[in-house]
Design a binder for this molecule. Structure first.
Ligand code: ATP
Ligand code: MG
Length: 471
């Protein structure tokens, strides 16, 4: 009933009925009162009132109908326009889909799309050609049947996982191709599609055959490995050659000294004065020691390069360690150079490997005295810089040619300006290995005829802060 009364036409009709009834009753009663004494006048006025009433209601009806008809016209026109517009959109959609299919079918890559429920809804013609599948048995998830059985499950899982992220993804897998009845490697990529108002629409992606690219990459990798192997072999050969030439050269002098002294002692022992005999014995001993040292160095480099050199840090008093190293060097140097040791910072209990540090300092200091003229200064400056212990060994010697700096730490490498100063070229290789084991760095600055400074920076892995002065 309420719905019935709520209708526009019912409400208008009711309102009209009530107003008309009231008008008739009230106006007739009023006129009956006014013209009670003049019935002929009442009849005339009643006729005019009736005519006026008909005129007014006809006009109102006319206006209402006019408004209603106009409204209906407008609605009809809008509907027509809507239909035309929708038809246009449908035609544009069909055209765009046709263009997309054409593009997808002729593109070099295979194209696919999914709907928002992750089911494949389209595969371009290339897919069917490439895999031998048909549209009826490839959409949804049936496209997975074309994959190599080994790849099927993991691709299914990774495809679904990737798709869940709603982000760009890439997977690589093998497809069985009936074209050449072989497995082909492909890369599939997918990009999410979003509507203008941000609703996920599914994915669009491509599949590219990368079999040839992979083959070329594998061939290039194999060639690169072969090249590195060959380079390594060449390097090894060069190393062997350098080893033979250096060792034979370095052994010749001590061996001839040993041979000469031993022969003299053997043949003419009775005729040689005791102090000369002592000298010959000392020569034999010192030259043998030199050869043993040399062999030790060769062995050490070999152990280091095969990764068998150990790193055993323990708390060291770096200052005492350096003082001892300088004292030893002074004994070897026999007063030919002026040694200077400086240190700053608390260097008392620093965790370093004593053996390796000994290799570092002895080789750098021995180079400093070996490659600088008598009377020159040899400095060892030690300090703490940003948590590293820094050792600087400098001399005022012959310097190192710039072109030699990149090869300085290669075993058996010696610069061209060493002249007749003896050496095997193993010292700096040992230093470098020892620094590397500490995870430190070494740098060299040098100027020909001016001097050389080696800077070794060793990180302090665990520094014991115990104050020695405390009981
Ligand atoms: P050894 O194995 O007996 O130490 P070496 O001194 O020739 O022989 P390295 O200590 O490895 O070998 O040094 C390699 C080369 O670097 C040296 O031959 C020399 O040319 C150059 N060199 C190293 N230190 C210095 C230095 N302080 N001044 C000048 N040249 C240096
Ligand atoms: Mg040396």
């Amino acid at each position: 009933m309420r719905a019935f009364l709520g209708r526009f036409d019912v409400r208008i009709s009711l309102a009209y009925g009530i107003i008309a009834a009231l008008w008739i009753v009230l106006s007739d009663s009023a006129m009956a009162l006014i013209f009670a004494a003049n019935p002929s006048m009442l009849a005339v006025v009643s006729v005019y009132k009736g005519l006026g009433y008909v005129l007014v209601t006809s006009l109102a009806l006319f206006l209402l109908l006019r408004v209603e008809l106009r409204k209906r016209d407008r609605a009809e026109r809008a509907l027509q326009e809507d239909i035309v517009e929708r038809k246009k959109i449908e035609a544009a959609l069909r055209e765009s889909e046709h263009r997309f299919r054409n593009l997808a079918d002729t593109a070099p890559a295979l194209i696919w799309t999914t709907d928002s429920t992750d089911q494949v809804t389209f595969l371009s013609r290339g897919w069917y050609h490439f895999t031998g599948q048909h549209e009826a048995n490839s959409l949804g998830q049936a496209w997975l049947d074309a994959l190599h059985p080994e790849d099927r499950e993991h691709v299914r899982v990774s495809f679904l996982d990737n798709i869940k992220t709603r982000e760009y993804f890439q997977v690589e897998y093998q497809l069985h191709s009936p074209i050449d009845n072989a497995q082909r490697w492909v890369i599939a990529t997918g990009t999410p599609r979003w509507s203008e108002d941000g609703v996920f629409q599914g994915y669009i992606g491509s599949v590219i055959d990368v079999t040839e690219r992979r083959r070329a990459q594998q061939e290039m990798q194999a060639a690169a490995i072969l090249r590195t192997d060959l380079e390594k072999e060449k390097e090894l050969l060069q190393l062997k050659e350098r080893f033979i030439s250096v060792v034979s050269h370095e052994f010749r002098t001590p061996l001839s000294v040993i041979y000469a002294s031993a022969e003299l002692m053997h043949r003419y022992r009775d005729r040689i004065a005791p102090d000369r005999q002592d000298q010959h014995m000392r020569d034999i001993l010192s030259q043998t020691e030199y050869m043993v040292d040399l062999l030790d160095d060769v062995l050490l480099v070999n152990i280091a390069q095969s990764g068998r050199l150990e790193f055993n840090p323990s708390p060291l008093d770096v200052v005492i360690f350096c003082e001892t190293a300088i004292e030893r060097m002074q004994v070897i140097d026999r007063g030919k150079h002026n040694f200077c040791l400086t240190h700053t910072g608390d260097l008392r209990l620093v965790a370093l490997d004593a053996k390796l540090l000994q290799h570092i300092l002895s080789n750098l200091l021995s180079n400093a005295i070996k490659y600088s003229p008598d009377g020159g200064d040899v400095r060892l400056d030690v300090c703490l810089e940003q948590g590293d212990v820094v050792f600087r060994v400098s001399d005022q010697g012959i310097g190192i040619p710039a072109e030699s700096l990149p090869y300085l730490y290669e075993p058996f490498y010696r610069a061209r300006n060493t002249g007749d100063i003896g050496g095997t070229g193993l010292g700096t290789a040992i230093v470098k290995e020892s620094v590397d084991l500490h995870r430190g760095v070494i740098a060299c600055e040098s100027e020909l005829g001016v001097g050389t400074t080696f800077t070794v920076r060793l990180p302090v892995t665990s520094r014991l802060q115990t104050d020695l002065s405390q009981p």
